[in-house]
Design a binder for this molecule. Structure first.
Ligand code: GAR
Length: 201
């Protein structure tokens, strides 16, 4: 199975996935990084781990469609089975989602459908809810939306700061995302309409 990780930022999920592959916990034949930000920390992590990097900057294209076409063309020769969005802070167009239907997954730091968007951890803390969590889901045409694969709750205490909550959420993400990718590669995830069924996790 060939995996493309799309990331724009720090890359801690990227590193957790690559580590799981290197340890043989996730059986990927190849892995590569697609990044849209030349100065993102994730690029340094990929170079260190000897993972191929495809850098495609949105600013170099007239439209989102041209930008995504360039990504698709560069992905062609890699015969990608799964795209894992790991902090890729861009909405993919409906056309791109259709092209890779049920082969794009995303991780989000909340129990979706609660707290969509790019400040989910802060939003949950400010809302004063007792718990939040992490969701891995198939990507559809809407933002942070689509059939849920795995979810794990993270309790919020009244001592939590943004930093402490982020730390706990990230450590859950670093286990949950490799687990979801393993299940996908082992063909244990069946998607029936909007529902996901997982066999022998
Ligand atoms: C992760 O917390 C991920 O859940 C979040 O971006 C972070 C990336 O961290 N994604 C979203 O908010 C998607 N809406 P990382 O670059 O260290 O992996």
């Amino acid at each position: 199975m060939n995996l493309a990780i799309f990331a724009s930022g720090q890359g801690s999920n990227f590193s957790a996935i690559v580590k799981a592959i290197k340890r043989g916990k996730v059986k990927a034949r190849s892995v590569l990084l697609v990044c849209d930000k030349p100065d993102a920390r994730v690029i340094g992590r990929a170079k260190k781990a000897k993972v191929a990097v495809i850098l495609v900057r949105r600013e170099d294209f007239a439209s989102r469609i041209d930008f995504e076409t360039a990504i698709s063309q560069r992905l062609k020769s890699y015969k990608i089975d799964l795209i894992a969005l790991a902090g890729f802070m861009r909405m993919l167009s409906p056309g791109f989602v259709r092209k890779y239907r049920n082969r794009i997954i995303n991780i989000h730091p909340s129990l979706l459908p609660a707290f969509k968007g790019s400040h989910a951890i802060k939003d949950a803390l400010e809302a004063g809810v007792a718990s939040t969590g992490v969701t891995v889901h198939f990507v559809d045409e809407e933002m942070d939306h689509g059939p849920v694969i795995l979810q794990q709750e993270v309790r919020i205490t009244n001592k939590d700061t943004l930093a402490s909550l982020e730390k706990r959420i990230h450590s859950v993400e670093h286990k949950l995302y490799p687990q979801a990718i393993r299940l996908f590669f082992e063909k244990k995830i069946k998607i029936k309409g909007r529902k996901v069924e997982i066999s022998n996790p």
